[in-house]
Ligand binder design. Structure first.
Ligand SMILES: *Cc1c(COP(=O)(O)O)cnc(C)c1O
Length: 843
């Protein structure tokens, strides 16, 4: 989609290319143009890191003089040339993927964390979506992302002298954000209209350029809308269900309509979290109208290329809406789409459509809606994959958790956005300039880098962090200090040589920010050790409604106010991308101690890898995959996945383990140095962590997995489902469903010889062709071995029976009753059991 340049104001003719450069958020991670923005307006650039604001707030006179300045001209031309090369460069996608996704991947998410200058995010989900887009740009994967332009960003945080969180909601002025109105071929501002009861809601469309990708944003603040509707996109994650539903309708239905209006027919629709599941629905309905089919056929045809990524670790995390709200807000849309309330509510309930349970019927669950309209579904780490299997079990009655069709792609971070200047220099020498923009080996040894180089990199990063902390603390904390020691409050006790531990994340119960506070005396002793001291930097917001989370902040502040802790434990206010970037560059150890298994993945710990920081984390999420003794430290390593309801039983023992690790392992290892004054053991860990984990936990690897393991095979499956094929498959499915209840097993028998068992079973297929079913022999994991599933072979027809067949299978022996046969649908064209959960067990 080529875009016309957007020129909101007159600037000297010779400099108009600045508009294109300033509107591409590539400047937020690719620091090549920093000098340019600095030359235009040093003060605005360093305060906001917003090139668009820089360009639009300087005077025309100044721009005129820059246009005549030769030094500036050559800087500008070099940048234009670099940008030209960037947009025309070969990429991994253009070289390796045969244009199979040229119709674009549509990516939907409620929030995007791309830069502090575009505050449309609250936390991890948004930052992940931002990192995904940046990596897609690096790799050249054609992605068009869809989101909402909120009039207010997530709240900004101050903390008062009593340790209470204060919340401020700054206004997002679209003319100051690095976005442009989205215009059509005739230069008209694109608007999308969706029907609400008795009225239409008009949505304005914006675009942000993310390197080679686009992010399209909708907002409802059109003066022609009713006052209430103008506020639909006023704030992120409203706690009012009504507003959330409105937002999800705007995002999903409005977003899909926007793509259609632009003439985009995406090859794949990828929703990041269930908030945008209405996009699948609108997609199916527009396909149905285009091809004149029924809804089931449209669902069959479109779902093959719908991918649903879930990040939720608990069922309560799925959004769900009452029938009355659904009727109120989706009624007009349903009648225009030829869809009934019943059909919609059935799609959003946990039952496969057979036996509705009363409590499921009560609400529309966005995760179940996503599940019923998608072709593949994935969690975001190995453990989260298991958790998700149990969450979706109600939808697959009679299927064991292991067979629930959820896959996983472990999250990753956009390495070039998180590396420090020091780390960038070091990696460039070791692995070359383009290392993060091309497919990489998952091990990237820093063979040519000496221990001296690594250690001096760590030292300069820590020194820079301390400088940054002092700067922040003196600007925001001094006035709040409760007076014991003003210089401590301003960070003057922080030290460049001291082991620095970082903890920054949402302050909420399951993240256990208070784990280190369980034994304050023990913590105090570590802070005050004369030879081996520790210093701690904390940051994080509590959701405005989360009183418990706010209390956790208050307790830390109280602890930090004590004379012995003052200046050694510092709390940086207003955690956001900018603060995160500074902390993850400088800390030696990053602590993450969520309650296992509540952390779907966690990404902040991945951000420190490239900079040589080390992780000390709960064995959960990504760390359960990445951890080994030579790369860092794990609390309760090897912990088995267990029930969420019992997960807080370990709080006490986890805290003890954390103290033990710090006292006996982490701290001594940092301070045990060789003759040259370097901690060899520590540096060895840094090397192992950088070599082995940086590339593996990058968004580059994540995006490639999405492309190779999901998008490309999904497109193949989708191509096969033409309207005619989809029609035929749908009617076959219906027929099978009607016949299914009449299928049955009988005479299950076993014979044994030489430690092997041969099982036979009779199956009555009632006219269903035997090519359409698979009979499997299943044993659960037990002391006799892991779980086994074997396909049984059809031997012959049962004598005297038209629909009876004998199935057989020989396996290594297990005790009686361990093996059971089951009958399931066999169909290469479907993703099973997601698309048809029919199953028959002998018992
Ligand atoms: C990376 C990041 C997160 C997510 O971190 P978790 O480890 O998932 O808690 C949240 N907020 C910001 C500002 C981040 O940069």
């Amino acid at each position: 989609m080529p875009l016309a340049a957007y020129t909101p104001r007159q600037i000297p003719e010779a400099l108009t290319g600045l508009f294109t450069l300033a509107l591409d958020l590539r400047w937020s991670w690719h620091h090549g143009s920093d000098d340019l923005w600095r030359a235009i307006d040093q003060e605005t650039w360093s305060a906001t890191r917003n090139a668009w604001l820089v360009l639009n707030s300087v005077s025309i006179d100044w721009l005129d003089s820059l246009a005549k300045d030769e030094t500036f001209q050559s800087l500008y031309e070099r940048q234009l040339e670099d940008y030209h090369q960037f947009t025309h460069a070969q990429t991994w996608y253009s070289d390796d993927c045969n244009g199979e996704l040229d119709n674009t991947v549509a990516f939907f998410c409620m929030e995007y964390g791309l830069s502090e200058s575009l505050p449309l995010y609250s936390g991890g989900l948004g930052v992940l979506a931002g990192d995904y887009l940046k990596a897609a740009s690096d790799l050249g994967v054609p992605v068009v992302a869809v989101g909402l332009l909120f009039q207010q960003g997530y709240f900004r945080q101050n903390i008062n002298a009593e340790g209470q969180q204060l919340e401020f909601y700054p206004y997002n002025d679209p003319t100051m954000l690095p976005v442009a109105p989205l215009t059509d071929k005739d230069g008209q501002w694109v608007r999308v209209v969706i029907p609400f009861a008795g009225r239409s809601v008009r949505l304005r469309a914006w675009r942000a350029q993310i390197g080679r990708c686009q992010l399209l944003l909708l907002d409802s603040n059109d003066p022609m809308n009713e006052p209430g509707d103008r506020g639909i996109t006023s704030e992120l994650y409203s706690s009012k269900p009504e507003k959330r539903l409105q937002q999800e309708i705007v995002l999903g239905i409005g977003g899909w309509r926007l793509l259609r209006q632009l003439g985009i027919e995406p090859a794949v629709c990828h929703i990041n979290e269930g908030h945008s599941a209405f996009a699948f629905l609108e997609r199916a309905l527009s396909w149905k109208n285009d091809h004149g089919t029924d809804f089931e056929t449209a669902r069959m045809a479109t779902r093959a290329t719908n991918l649903f990524t879930t990040h939720t670790p608990v069922a309560a995390g799925f959004d769900h809406f009452s029938p009355s709200l659904i009727r109120l807000y989706l009624g007009p849309w349903m009648s225009s789409a030829g869809f009934t309330m019943d059909e919609l509510m059935r799609l959003g309930s946990s039952s496969g459509g057979h036996s509705l349970r009363a409590e499921d019927e009560a609400s529309l669950n966005m995760a179940y809606l996503g599940l019923k309209l998608c072709g593949r579904i994935n969690g975001v780490s190995r453990i989260h994959h298991q958790v998700t299997q149990t969450l979706f079990q109600p939808y697959f009655p009679r299927w064991p958790a292991e067979d629930i069709p959820v896959e996983y792609v472990t999250n990753g971070v956009h390495t070039p956005s998180w590396d420090s200047p020091e780390a960038d220099a070091l990696w460039t020498i070791a692995c070359g300039q383009d290392r993060w923009r091309r497919p990489m080996e998952l091990r990237t040894p820093l063979a040519s880098t000496s221990d001296t180089d690594l250690w001096s990199m760590r030292h300069s990063q820590r020194t820079r962090l301390v400088r940054y902390l002092r700067h922040r603390l003196s600007s925001q904390h001094c006035e709040h200090a409760r007076g014991n020691n003003p210089s401590a409050a301003c960070g003057l006790l922080l030290d460049n040589e001291t082991l620095t531990l970082g903890f920054a994340r949402r302050f909420t119960d399951y993240k256990r920010p208070d784990l280190l506070l369980k034994d304050p005396d023990r913590l105090m002793a570590m802070l005050n050790s004369r030879d081996h001291p520790l210093q701690i930097v904390l940051a994080g917001k509590a959701h405005p409604q989360d009183q418990q989370g706010k209390e956790l902040i208050r307790r830390w502040k109280e602890f930090a106010f004590q004379p012995d802790a003052e200046g050694k434990v510092v709390f940086i206010e207003d955690y956001d991308l900018g603060v995160a970037a500074q902390l993850i560059q400088g800390v030696d150890v990053w602590l993450n101690c969520p309650r296992h298994p509540w952390e779907a993945c966690g990404t902040s710990g991945m951000k420190i890898l490239v900079n040589g920081g080390l992780n000390l984390s709960q064995y959960d999420g990504w760390w359960a995959e990445a951890w080994s003794e030579d790369v860092g430290w794990a609390i309760r390593p090897g912990a088995d996945f267990e029930e969420l309801s019992r997960s807080n039983e370990h709080d006490h023992s986890d805290a003890l383990e954390l103290y033990d690790l710090l006292e006996n392992d982490v701290i001594p290892s940092f301070y045990t140095v060789n003759e040259e004054g370097r901690p060899e053991g520590w540096i060895k860990r840094i090397r192992a962590s950088m070599d082995g984990l940086t590339a593996r936990y990058s968004a580059n690897r994540m995006v490639r997995e999405y492309v190779e393991d999901f998008y490309l095979p999904m497109v193949k499956q989708g191509d096969f489902r033409t309207p005619d094929v989809a029609r035929a498959m749908t009617s076959e499915c219906r027929e099978l469903e009607m016949q299914w209840s009449r299928l049955r097993f009988s005479s299950f028998e076993v014979t044994e010889s030489d430690g092997r068992q041969t099982y036979t079973v009779d199956a009555y297929l009632d006219g269903v062709p035997d090519s359409r079913v698979a009979v499997e022999l299943v044993a659960n994991a037990s002391e006799y071995g892991p779980r086994e599933v074997h396909e049984m072979t059809m031997k012959h027809q049962l004598e005297g029976s038209e629909h009876g067949f004998v199935y057989e299978c020989t396996v290594a022996s297990r005790p009686e009753g361990h093996f059971t046969p089951r009958l399931r649908i066999r169909d290469e064209r479907l993703n099973l059991p997601l698309e048809n959960a029919s199953v028959l067990w002998l018992k």
